[in-house]
Design a protein around this ligand. Structure first.
Ligand code: SAM
Length: 340
């Protein structure tokens, strides 16, 4: 039986963060030198994740996305993928990764039953990659993308967070790279979420500007009209290639959000901008009944009224959303804990 929140939004998809650790330090997500990590004993086991996703399925979830931190850092991730992929209710099982470890994992992930992969790719320049992520790992990411193609995954997506002065001169190169890789590229507006401690409005390259710049190069883009809860607005280039733009900052889409997030330690979050979540791990580990857990999920979703990105857009004089001193006290406020 499905659940709807106070704005009539159904709960359909769940982003599962499987670790808060990451092997990159992207400037828009983990720019600091030190982080507070989740205690290891709090991290959900695969068995616990399985029990929770089955409960979510009972209220309407049929799409799962594995994320992190960097999900490929979670030991034996393919075992989890195989367990999840065997669920009869599952319609879509996707992975969001920075790609660094993907080349070695792609074949096992495919065999385990993963449906789709999204790779974050912000630049095609090695020196720039190193500056923006603090690791010299672009070669590994590109090899990962190649491996995903080789394994025959369908629907490969490349996600690029565009920040002014850092990589906004690479829009065309990235579109061309995506075309050659038979992938769909999605440009993401820089968000002022927790973790983005260096955020400033001038660094945001808006959907409007992205579309204008692509139109200047390719000719007019056609908006693809589709009823979808996917975050990206999609466009067709005159060449026929499609691209997406995720405009969470300048044109948010909270009204169509059907997504909940579960952190690696089992905190249920309803919005990237949520300041608090609901701990699912404690009742689960305390032996709460299926009915109690289901009632908890239903009550949380049915009480949902947030429109986080829309409310942020209305704020004047915006800066980073969560002050660094507050972030340092609560890992759950971080983007890398929430899974993006
Ligand atoms: N490590 C994986 C990866 O790199 O894809 C998964 C986790 S990462 C937190 C997922 C995504 O969150 C990033 O690729 C990026 O698209 C998004 N993200 C993180 N911080 C962001 C920000 N400040 N603005 C926009 N998107 C952000």
């Amino acid at each position: 039986m499905s659940v709807h929140d106070t704005l009539g939004r159904p709960l359909r998809s769940l982003r599962l963060s499987v670790t808060d650790r990451c092997n990159l330090r992207c400037h828009y997500c983990m720019p600091e030198d030190e982080y507070l990590w989740l205690p290891r004993e709090d991290v959900l086991t695969f068995e616990e994740i399985g029990r929770l996703v089955d409960l979510f399925a009972e209220v309407g979830v049929d799409r799962l996305r594995l994320t992190g931190g960097e999900p490929l850092l979670r030991r034996d991730l393919t075992t989890l993928v195989a367990q999840l992929a065997s669920r009869r209710w599952l319609r879509d099982l996707a992975l969001t990764t920075n790609g660094v470890l993907l080349a070695d994992a792609a074949s096992d992930l495919k065999r385990a039953g993963l449906h789709r992969v999204t790779v974050s790719l912000d630049t095609l320049k090695s020196d720039r990659f190193k500056r923006l992520t603090r690791f010299d790992a672009l070669g590994g990411v590109l090899a990962g993308i190649e491996a995903v193609r080789r394994e025959g995954f369908r629907d490969l997506k490349l996600d690029t967070v565009v920040t002014r002065g850092d990589n906004d001169d690479e829009l065309i190169d990235l579109v061309e790279f995506a075309r050659a890789a038979d992938a769909e590229i999605r440009f993401i507006e820089y968000m002022d979420v927790g973790g983005a401690t260096a955020w400033r409005p001038e660094a945001v390259v808006s959907r409007r500007e992205i579309v204008e710049r692509l139109s200047d190069h390719y000719g007019p883009l056609t908006s693809i009209d589709e009823a979808s809860s996917a975050p990206a607005a999609r466009f067709r280039l005159p060449t026929g290639q499609t691209i997406g733009v995720i405009s969470s900052t300048t044109e948010p889409f909270c009204r169509t959000c059907d997504c909940a997030r579960l952190t690696a330690d089992g905190v249920l979050l309803l919005c990237l901008y949520a300041q608090h979540g609901t701990d699912m791990r404690r009742p689960l580990r305390a032996g709460a009944s299926r009915e109690t857990m289901l009632n908890l999920i239903r009550a949380v979703w049915e009480g949902r009224a947030d429109r986080g990105a829309e409310e942020r857009r209305a704020v004047r004089g915006r800066g980073a959303y969560i002050p660094l001193a507050v972030l340092r006290k609560d890992a759950h406020l971080e983007m890398h804990t929430r899974g993006g």
